[in-house]
Design a binder for this molecule. Structure first.
Ligand code: FA5
Length: 353
């Protein structure tokens, strides 16, 4: 019987070598291990064996079964790997050899206009020595309000309709919310640096408000901050002008007026003449001829303190660009809602390829 088992092992191995398909391999396995399979047939003879013989044959039979199972799994795995490799080989794309005509013809994706403009702005600020920072979408009251000189019950909290994760009236400490502006990154950025420093922070923000041609609930801003010694409103205006000149590559009409934000003093609203209607009045500028684009100001001493900076020694400026509105002005997009629509007819106009 032992010899028969050894012979079976050889027979199985030889047969398995000939096979290269899953069904054939599974059939072979059942031919050997199935209820009426070759191994079971031999083991039927065990009833006539002596106890000593059984002690010897039993483990050998089990070892043979294990071996067959192992060889079957290995072979199936090898077939699977080979087939995946063949598929990969067939569908291989050399990304260093992109055929742009092929991409155009086959409707492959391009860059969203916001991405194009954001990258341009990042390049402008990188060339002026700014770092680029990121911050979380889910924020806390401290970073969204308190650290920015907007304590609880301050009316300025109502300026930005907030998506809360908790009942805003509850006394849960430091409640979570979806950030309403990228100014949250001011304090995070300050805490991790010592002056002088300068950074920008682009990102998505969320407000629970009605949408129209120039308002979205989910939109994008680009925060900027510069802290050092003796920084002036003149410096602030220089950087704002450089940004607009580089992005529009032409003179655009802007106006600077006083603006109230608790985290800056003095604060300004920088508006751009609406490029959709050339200042004549339309739904984007709400018939005023001007679009609010780039609020800014000198950082309030309380905000510097919250960021661990001594306002007696250092000062700085900050701004919060309405990135989506800038994209609209640059490309003449007459409704902000196109940007997040996912409508391919819209997106295809800006293909970077
Ligand atoms: C702020 O969010 C301030 N954190 C900006 C700031 C930063 C001021 C640093 C001073 C210093 P405001 O709520 O005005 O401010 O928004 C800034 C810009 O975002 C606006 O000028 C506008 O261009 C854009 N914006 C505001 N609300 C919306 C909206 N619902 N949809 C699209 N863009 C918007």
């Amino acid at each position: 019987m032992i010899k028969q088992l050894e012979a079976l092992s050889q027979e199985f191995i030889q047969n398995l070598e000939q096979l290269n398909d899953e069904a054939g391999i599974l059939n072979l396995k059942s031919e050997f291990l199935g209820k009426k399979g070759k191994v079971s047939e031999i083991l039927k003879g065990l009833k006539d064996a002596t106890p000593e013989q059984r002690k010897e044959i039993g483990p050998k039979a089990n070892a043979l079964k294990e071996e067959i199972n192992k060889l079957v799994s290995q072979k199936l795995m090898a077939i699977e790997v080979e087939s995946v490799n063949k598929k990969l080989e067939k569908n291989k794309i050399d990304l260093s050899d992109l055929d742009l005509k092929y991409l155009k013809k086959n409707n492959h994706g391009g860059l969203h206009p916001r991405t194009i403009i954001q990258r341009e702005i990042e390049d402008v600020f990188l060339s002026m020595g700014f770092e680029i920072l990121d911050g979380p979408h889910i924020e806390d009251e401290f970073h969204n309000f308190e650290a920015l000189n907007i304590p609880e019950d301050h009316p300025a909290r109502d300026m930005q309709d907030t998506f809360w994760f908790h009942d805003p009236q509850s006394d849960v400490p430091n409640k979570k919310l979806l950030r309403t502006h990228t100014s949250t990154i001011q304090v995070r950025g300050m805490k991790e640096r010592t002056p002088p420093f300068r950074f920008i922070a682009p990102g998505t923000v969320f407000r629970c408000e009605r949408t129209d041609a120039s308002h979205e609930m989910v939109f994008n801003q680009l925060e900027g901050m510069m802290v050092g010694k003796d920084i002036s409103v003149g410096n602030l205006i220089y950087f704002m002008k450089t940004l607009l000149k580089e992005i529009f590559q032409k003179e655009v009409e802007v106006r600077l007026r006083p603006g109230f934000f608790p985290f800056v003093e003095p604060g300004f609203e920088l508006d751009i003449q609406c490029l959709i209607c050339k200042g004549n009045g339309c739904s984007v500028c709400k018939k005023t001829g001007w679009v609010e684009l780039l609020p800014c100001g000198m950082v309030h001493p309380n905000v510097l303190k919250a960021g661990g900076i001594d306002p007696e020694e250092h000062n700085g400026f900050a701004f919060g660009l309405g990135l989506d509105r800038l994209v609209m002005m640059r490309y003449g997009i007459d409704d902000i809602r196109h940007l997040n629509s996912g409508d391919l007819r819209f997106n295809h106009q800006f293909k970077a390829f």
